[in-house]
Design a protein around this ligand. Structure first.
Ligand SMILES: Nc1ncnc2c1ncn2[C@@H]1O[C@H](COP(=O)(O)OP(=O)(O)OP(=O)(O)O)[C@@H](O)[C@H]1O
Ligand SMILES: [Mg+2]
Length: 90
């Protein structure tokens, strides 16, 4: 059963340096009981993605849906973030 579904999601930040595209055309499906790990270089959008899944940020286009709630604020979906430099030293 699908627990989390993300379809063509994007996030653009408005900053004082202009628009920053943090996420573009993101697609992800996580089934119940499945462990998903987001890995990538610094600045690729890992924290932004997890913040949107956790309901702390709003996506600019589309938004995640979970079995618990088809709207932001996904209370039953857990997300934890760690710096890759701390996880994978050297
Ligand atoms: N509040 C914000 N305002 C403007 N730009 C932002 C904001 N938050 C993130 N960004 C930009 O969005 C992009 C993705 O950032 P994000 O923090 O999600 O990456 P990350 O993969 O978590 O990086 P790291 O591995 O260093 O934690 C980067 O270009 C970042 O500069
Ligand atoms: Mg991060």
């Amino acid at each position: 059963m699908t627990m989390l579904s993300i379809n063509n999601m994007g996030k653009v930040f408005d900053s004082n340096k202009g628009e920053v595209t943090a996420l573009e055309d993101i697609n992800l499906t996580v089934d119940r009981g499945e462990l998903a790990v987001i890995v990538g270089p610094s600045g690729c959008g890992k924290s932004t993605l997890l913040n949107i899944v956790a309901g702390l940020e709003q996506a600019t286009s589309a938004r995640p849906c979970s079995e618990a709630s088809p709207s932001p604020g996904l209370a039953r979906t857990g997300a934890w973030s760690s710096s890759p430099t701390r996880s994978f030293p050297g």
